[in-house]
Design a protein around this ligand. Structure first.
Ligand SMILES: [Zn+2]
Ligand SMILES: [Zn+2]
Length: 128
């Protein structure tokens, strides 16, 4: 689901690594001001994640399908929509030290000049 890539900044030429996409046990968010990455494990989300699973019609992933089904059938929590869930995860992620907010849809930025003009040059590893 996710990949670690080598990227290049088209503005200043810096080369750096980026993580794109979360895995099946964590989310990857990015600061909307500086681009800093933050990962949040599903286990850190507690009931929020359970409520999201409950709201899904099918298992979240094949790897966790028996657990997901258990939550959907047995656990007694109020289901929430995907939108509410993402908002809740962003709230838990909180603020970056630069004053920005960690968001799902914030673009990757160059760690040197903060430009969003970054180009993926090579895939280093895939993870999920
Ligand atoms: Zn740059
Ligand atoms: Zn930041």
């Amino acid at each position: 689901m996710g990949q670690r890539v080598e990227a290049k900044c088209l503005n200043c030429g810096a080369v750096f690594t980026l993580n794109l996409g979360g895995g099946f046990s964590f989310h990857l968010l990015r600061c909307n001001k500086c681009g800093k990455e933050k990962t949040i494990g599903f286990d850190e989300l507690g009931e929020l994640h359970l409520r999201y699973l409950k709201g899904l019609k099918s298992p979240y992933s094949v790897a966790s399908s028996s657990y997901d089904r258990y939550v959907q059938e047995i656990v007694d929590v109020e289901p929430i929509s995907e939108k509410e869930y993402y908002k809740g995860v962003e709230e838990i992620a909180g603020k970056c030290s630069c004053g920005g907010n960690f968001k799902f849809d914030a673009p990757p930025r160059c760690p040197k000049c903060r430009s969003t003009k970054v180009e993926k040059t090579k895939i280093i590893t895939m993870y999920d």
